[in-house]
Design a protein around this ligand. Structure first.
Ligand code: PLP
Length: 403
């Protein structure tokens, strides 16, 4: 097939994916980094299961869905290149990350190496253990492109370094951190590596073996287009199998005697017994949907849409794109010389265009280092059309006229 035929058939595919996404008919959705629009198979998986629960009872419906629930682990494992026994299904990316982080037996003086663009909830957990266990937080500087400086990371490792915790794609714009190169360093020094892949899985090809991380935390509702209240943790069997979850229940462990218990050997020891069963099925449907399209195709289309948006925004004199990194994600952030980010978001929403606002409370170190104001965040996906990008840019251009 020629390049032009390829492009034409991809455009037809995008039309089909959009037709399977009811939200595409009602809004210009540029908030996939917040919560994406789910396609019909995802919503149907959830609603069908809720109806089954309504008809036959929650426990009985879960039994009836047993094989499909097991298939969710296989789908998630395939998505990130893991074994199904290395996957725990949890409520969101933060819970996944916390279960991994708080399982690490930190001692006073242990060092955590992290990046400038680390996500707030992760950094809050570092601060918590700094206050309660005396760990040290070491922030690795950025390189000239704004990504984590991997040579600086390597130079900072010492025998007290207990964990490298990095956000792959930060919440506040553009940057894709060099996760694989970080992994090489972590392996070379035998340091545990926790990767926050909340914003990368679903928009980029992510393979845990290639990256070499020990833990990976992900959410369902963002670029994966799954339901809210879902997420998962990958825990490498060979390096994390001995780690005890921070808290356990009768699903994570079996009460084998009055003063004994046995922990599950697989990653499900990081789960709870009670869970949002319909949501898990929805997450599985979302993962299958992404796998059917192919992550390479998704990554290509996201990259194309994001580049198209950055080019368009660069043509607006009052607008400055604030993204970092040499190789960039589908998250585009910008500021306007006269109009604040919140005003822009509200104005756009009134016109049926969804964007969000990113603030210092999400990635404080980066905001302070760069002296950033609140930024508008427009996040694209493989569904995003040129027409939608034009609508956003026209609406932002009109803000000038309004003033
Ligand atoms: C980089 C990053 N990590 C973690 C999270 C937290 O994800 P969740 O809300 O699913 O816990 C977010 C949410 O925006 C994020 O952007």
């Amino acid at each position: 097939m020629s390049l032009r035929d390829d492009a034409r058939s991809l455009a037809q595919d995008v039309d089909r994916w959009r037709a399977q996404t009811p939200g595409c008919a009602t809004v210009v959705h540029l908030n996939h980094a917040g919560a994406s629009l789910s396609p019909v198979p995802v919503t149907s998986a959830i609603v069908d299961h809720l109806h089954l629960e309504e008809r036959i009872g929650g426990y009985e419906a879960a039994d009836a869905a047993h094989d499909r629930l097991e298939a969710v682990y296989r789908s998630v494992a395939r998505l990130v290149g893991a074994d199904p026994t290395e996957i725990a299904l949890v409520e969101n990316a933060t819970r996944a990350w916390d279960m991994a982080f708080y399982a690490v037996p930190f001692e006073p003086g242990d060092r955590i190496l992290t990046g400038v663009a680390e996500y707030a909830s992760n950094y809050l957990a570092f601060l918590h253990l700094k206050a309660t266990r005396g760990v040290q937080i070491v922030v690795v500087p950025d390189d000239a492109t704004g990504a984590m400086d991997v040579e600086a990371l390597e130079a900072l490792i010492d025998d007290r370094t207990r964990l490298i915790a990095v956000t792959h794609v930060p919440t506040n714009g553009g940057l894709i951190n060099p996760a694989e190169r970080v992994g090489e360093v972590a392996r070379r020094y035998g340091v545990l590596y926790l990767l926050d892949a909340c914003q990368s899985v679903g928009q980029l090809e992510v393979d845990v073996r290639r990256i070499g991380c020990d833990f990976l935390s992900v959410t369902g509702r963002k670029f994966l287009r799954g339901p809210r209240g879902t997420g998962f943790l990958y825990a490498r069997a060979s390096s994390t199998g001995e780690l005890h979850p921070p808290f356990i229940d009768l699903h994570a462990a079996t009460w084998t005697g009055a003063d004994r218990y046995e922990l599950r050997p697989d990653a499900r020891r990081f789960e709870n017994w009670e869970s949002y069963v319909a949501g898990r099925l929805g997450l599985g449907a979302a993962v299958d949907y992404a796998l059917d399209i192919g992550m390479a195709v998704i990554e290509h289309l996201v990259g194309q849409a994001a580049a198209g948006l950055r080019t368009r925004l660069a043509g607006l004199p009052a607008v400055t794109v604030m993204d970092k990194g040499a190789h960039r994600s589908g998250i585009v952030t910008f500021q306007h010389a006269q109009v604040g980010a919140l005003v822009i978001r509200d104005q756009l929403r009134a016109e049926g265009i969804n964007v969000s606002v990113t603030t210092a409370t999400s990635t404080r170190l980066d905001f302070e280092q760069r002296g950033l104001p609140d930024l508008v965040r427009a996040s694209v996906h493989y569904l995003t059309t040129d027409d939608e990008l034009d609508r956003l840019v026209d609406a932002v251009r009109k803000l000038d006229v309004l003033r």
